[in-house]
Design a protein around this ligand. Structure first.
Ligand SMILES: [Zn+2]
Length: 284
């Protein structure tokens, strides 16, 4: 019963946050179907998955809407510093998948730091901070944007891969996947993107981030068939199970560190874990 209530509450909270934080201005809404989500199942892990987009100072031309997709370097540094001081260790999506499917160990307080859309500002501003704090990030590559103005090049992506950052897939052209009527188009967005990234970095890519966080059963099926072992939405949550590996929740970051601490505490409480003490954020 408690689990059902939690699931309903998480769904309602997710729906509210989804409508406010995920859809870009002017985007038509897409309803999520009832497919397995985080928090269902008997075992899993509590791992905050932080979601970053552009990492740069605000400029006067940034609208309020645009700022929802930007974290300043100062905010990112303050968050990495807080995570470090509070004993968090960064892990990859592959490590999370291995943990919940086969019990591979995770550190005591795992966190995933994910960066979407291959923004050049991530390479310039986030990567030096990740190095400074000894964290690994996961970079979700929007394939057709690579090499365009304000986006990373394949050389830069290969450099991140070579130093141990995780490279994931963020589809070919960043469309709202559930809206694609054609199965061929859907497969092209997911499978061709995976193939292209693998050709550029020389090894397999197993984590996916859905553009705008949006997916449905058909999308999940294509992701699974393509060989992805994890896929991240943008619904809020920190508890991950085997059933939820292709609909992982995360926490979108743009605001203050205080807000992050608050959000993590709330999410841990919802997941049935104390917000302080030795158990915080530990694998389960
Ligand atoms: Zn994106």
């Amino acid at each position: 019963m408690k689990r059902i209530l939690f699931t309903v509450l998480a769904f309602l909270l997710g729906a509210a946050a989804f409508s406010q934080a995920v859809l870009p201005p002017g985007s038509p809404g897409v309803r999520l179907p009832p497919i397995p989500r985080d928090g269902e199942g008997d075992s899993g892990a509590i791992v905050p998955i932080l979601i970053y987009h552009a990492i740069r100072p605000y400029i006067p031309a940034d609208s309020k809407g645009a700022r929802r997709w930007i974290a300043t370097p100062d905010t990112l540094e303050s968050e990495l510093s807080w995570l470090r001081e509070n004993g968090y260790s960064s892990v990859t999506f592959d490590a999370l998948a291995a943990h919940v499917t086969s019990g591979a160990p995770l550190p005591a307080r795992p966190v995933i730091l994910s960066f979407d859309d291959d923004w050049q500002s991530q390479y310039e501003n986030a990567v030096p901070l990740l190095r400074k704090y000894g964290f690994t990030g996961t970079f979700f590559i929007w394939v057709r944007a690579v090499g365009r103005a304000h986006h990373m090049s394949w050389d830069e992506i290969r450099e991140l891969d070579a130093e141990g950052m995780e490279i994931g897939c963020h589809t070919l052209t960043h469309l709202i996947l559930p809206k694609l009527r054609s199965d061929d188009m859907l497969r092209r967005e997911i499978v061709s993107a995976k193939d292209l990234i693998e050709a550029h970095i020389g090894h397999s890519v197993t984590s996916l981030a859905y553009p705008f966080g949006q997916y449905d059963e058909r999308v999940v099926g294509v992701a699974r068939d393509a060989g992805f072992t994890s896929a991240r939405s943008t619904w809020p949550g920190v508890f991950h199970t085997r059933d939820g590996l292709l609909s992982l929740t995360g926490l979108i970051r743009t605001e203050s560190t205080a807000k992050l601490v608050d959000t993590i505490s709330q999410q841990l409480a919802q997941a049935g874990r104390p917000s302080s003490g030795s158990g915080i954020g530990g694998p389960r």
